[in-house]
Write a protein that binds this ligand. Sequence first.
Ligand code: ADP
Ligand code: MG
Length: 246
Amino acid sequence: MTQDGIDQTFVLIKPDALSLSLTGYVLSQLSEFHAGLRFAGAKIVHVTRMLAEEHYAEHKGKPFFPAVVEYLMGCVHYPDSPDKRRVIALAYSGPGAVTTVRKIAGPTSPHVARDTAPGTIRALGTIVPLKDAAGNPAGERMDNLVHASSSPSDAQREINLWFIPSDIMPAMRQYATEVCDDYYYLKDGNLSMTREPGSICILAPGQMAWKSDVEAMQKILQGEPAHCTLDAVVAKYLINEKLETS
Ligand code: ADP
Ligand code: MG
């Protein structure tokens, strides 16, 4: 919660919702009329493995982690059409945004949602049994149509992970920004302040960045521990740069 009492939350319309043409339904359930919240930002994102793994970092090591990453990347619902793999990333602003949207989304499991919270978005989802390479049962995948932040601190992490400051309307930008003074380049997973053949420019002087990103990159360059990984900083600057086919 911010000083003015206005929360923000982060929502993803996941690939299963897009493939089922439920986008309009989800947006309508989350509309200002129903939810009392306003759009702060929105974009269509072709999700890289780097971004999906960072988004679900808290689940790394769990049995369903590889499946949920592939699901978010769109590999599951668009196996033969990488060009169709996308999600809609949204930020909403308003009183109690996190709890309001979680309530409209419903419980994580679509089966639980159908039993205990009919009418929620996730009650329209599916549970898919998974098998290992030998064909034995290996857990399940919960195709639950939407992601919604589960706490204000998660919302901050997720909005900072998926959006750059200029994606968010100025009046609704809640997290500190900074105009960058330096060049930051990425090459082979390493950060550098000097350009080399094949390096990608992440930030350049004059560009507005999250203050937390600039601080993290400065720490990483000094070899000191940062509050987040390098991937969590750079993934948002690489969004929609190129088609990822695997
Ligand atoms: P939520 O999305 O409700 O915050 P979690 O953060 O626990 O739920 O999990 C992230 C996503 O991973 C879920 O939305 C769901 O798609 C998937 N998931 C969670 N738990 C499981 C599970 N036990 N088995 C399979 N998939 C799961
Ligand atoms: Mg969660």
